[in-house]
Design a protein around this ligand. Structure first.
Ligand code: PLP
Length: 470
């Protein structure tokens, strides 16, 4: 029996939490003062907290619980595997059945000739692996100078030193001496924020062409790869204009660089297809997977690479890289069971054909709300840009994120988990969300927007940060 139970009073749990638990991406002192919400169980799309409140989780945890909570089949798969073989490693010429079976299954599922899987325990680790992989690949081809990886401002590729360096988050780079050397950045395809008078189509082309300019500036003989998320998730669910990915693909094809597509959020049905690469007709050389791979039931990540990359690396001696838990048998067994459910229950097809169109219609209607400048969605990942001035797509005069946080707090109070990134509100619900649950979600979203509008009007925050003349 564990010493700390769900049945302690909430305040006691919060005090112990504040005393001993350091939280990720959290201002510790502020959290200690407010107390963390204690989640005790979950079923489907609904969380239960220590006060017995039922909360609709429109973020699927952290974009990961694709099949929803409470699937006992995954628990059973984990228990079976723990009883049979709880651990063995995949170093030094050993393997085990769950790793073999999962690698084979992923090779079937991912597009193109990406047939080789290197396992990690998270998306961050998989992206660290990718840094090692692409540089080692070029070195193995006698091009050791091809080291630079081009990424994008406001990209998210994880929180390890490698992952955070690949990412383009200023607040993360500001702590701990990041980024590491040989990472370069271009601008993100965020038309709402940066598009000005350009059409989304023209803007998408322009932002993609920055990749070509960057390659020219750095020298093609110095560039190893370009990395991007099909849709930027943690950056605020930035859905690129339709012109963007075809142009990026053209540039990658025309130059000798690898295309690394970070599918950690978009993978496993999020955009209405198995992968964001399917939705946007992208042909990656390497894919990063995590999150939905196990629906968050067990930690696992993976890099999936092409035949050509795998052959090159296989013929270059030892790849001096790996994690104790690479291909962990319990995580692999859980992931396999998750993929079986996604497939056999037709969850991805249902998102594309039924759930996403149902949400999209309602989501688009939010664009009429006085606080919403843009309501964007693809599959089951969407965002709302909050604005004091729709026609100008203007930011607020208040510090970025001030209004977003007000809205996030109203959502929480309304038993809805919707996250804010700056002044964008984002959703990414479990893929199994029903129409009734969508209706409930939308009701709470609208209520939270209305309350936010009233609050910021009363506090004098409903003011544009852009002067009318500029
Ligand atoms: C969450 C995320 C990561 C990092 O995954 P972790 O499992 O948190 O390490 C990497 N890339 C993208 C696109 C993500 O959303």
């Amino acid at each position: 029996m564990s010493a700390i139970t769900n049945h302690l009073p909430t305040a006691e749990l919060q005090a112990l939490d504040a005393a001993h638990h350091m939280h990720p991406f959290t201002a510790g002192a502020e959290l200690a003062e407010k107390g963390a919400r204690v989640i005790t169980s979950a079923q489907g799309v609904t969380l239960t907290d220590s006060e017995g409140e039922q909360i609709l989780d429109a973020m699927a945890g952290l974009w990961c619980v694709n099949i929803g909570y409470g699937r006992t089949e995954l628990a059973e798969a984990a228990a079976r595997q723990m009883n049979q073989l709880p651990y063995y490693n995949t170093f030094f010429q050993t393997t085990h059945v769950p790793a073999i079976a999962l690698a084979k299954r992923l090779a079937e599922l991912v597009p193109g000739d990406l047939n080789h899987v290197f396992f990690a325990n998270s998306g961050s680790e998989a992206n660290d692996t990718n840094i090692r992989l692409v540089r080692h690949y070029w070195a193995s081809k006698d091009k050791p100078d091809k080291k630079i990886i081009i990424s994008r401002h406001n990209a998210y590729h994880g929180s390890t030193i490698g992952g955070a360096s690949l990412g383009g988050m200023g607040a993360m780079h500001a702590q701990g001496g990041l980024p590491i050397p040989y990472i370069a950045y271009i601008d993100e395809p965020n038309w709402y924020q940066d598009g000005g008078e350009l059409s989304p189509y023209e803007f998408g082309l322009e932002r993609a062409r920055q990749l070509e300019q960057k390659i020219a500036e750095l020298g093609e003989d110095k560039v190893a790869a370009f990395i991007a998320e099909p849709v930027q998730g943690a950056g605020g669910v930035i859905i690129p204009p339709d012109s963007y990915w075809p142009q990026i693909q053209r540039i990658c094809d025309a130059h000798e660089i690898l295309l690394v597509v970070d599918e950690v959020i978009c993978g496993f049905g999020r955009t209405g297809n198995w992968f964001g690469s399917d939705t946007y007709a992208i042909r990656p050389d390497i894919m990063t997977l995590a999150k939905g791979l196990s629906s968050g039931y067990a930690p696992i990540g993976a890099s999936v690479v092409s035949d050509e990359i795998a052959d090159t690396i296989a013929n270059a001696g030892d790849f001096n890289h790996g994690y104790t838990y690479s291909g962990h048998p319990v995580s692999a067994a859980v992931a396999l069971e998750n993929l079986r459910i996604l497939d056999e229950e037709g969850i991805v097809d249902k998102v594309r054909k039924e759930t996403a169109p149902y949400v999209a219609k309602k989501w688009a209607e939010l664009a009429d709300h006085p606080l919403v400048g843009e309501a964007a969605i693809v599959g089951l990942v969407g965002s709302l840009a909050l604005t004091p001035d729709k026609s100008a797509r203007a930011p607020f005069a208040a510090d970025k994120g001030t209004v977003g946080l007000v809205c996030r707090d109203f959502c929480f109070a309304n038993n809805l988990v919707m996250r804010h990134v700056g002044d964008r509100m984002i959703i990414s619900p479990p893929l199994i969300i029903s129409e009734t649950e969508i209706d409930l979600m939308m009701e709470r979203v609208v209520m939270s927007l209305d309350q936010t509008l009233a609050r910021i009007k009363s506090e004098g925050l409903y003011i544009s940060g852009r002067s009318k003349t500029s």
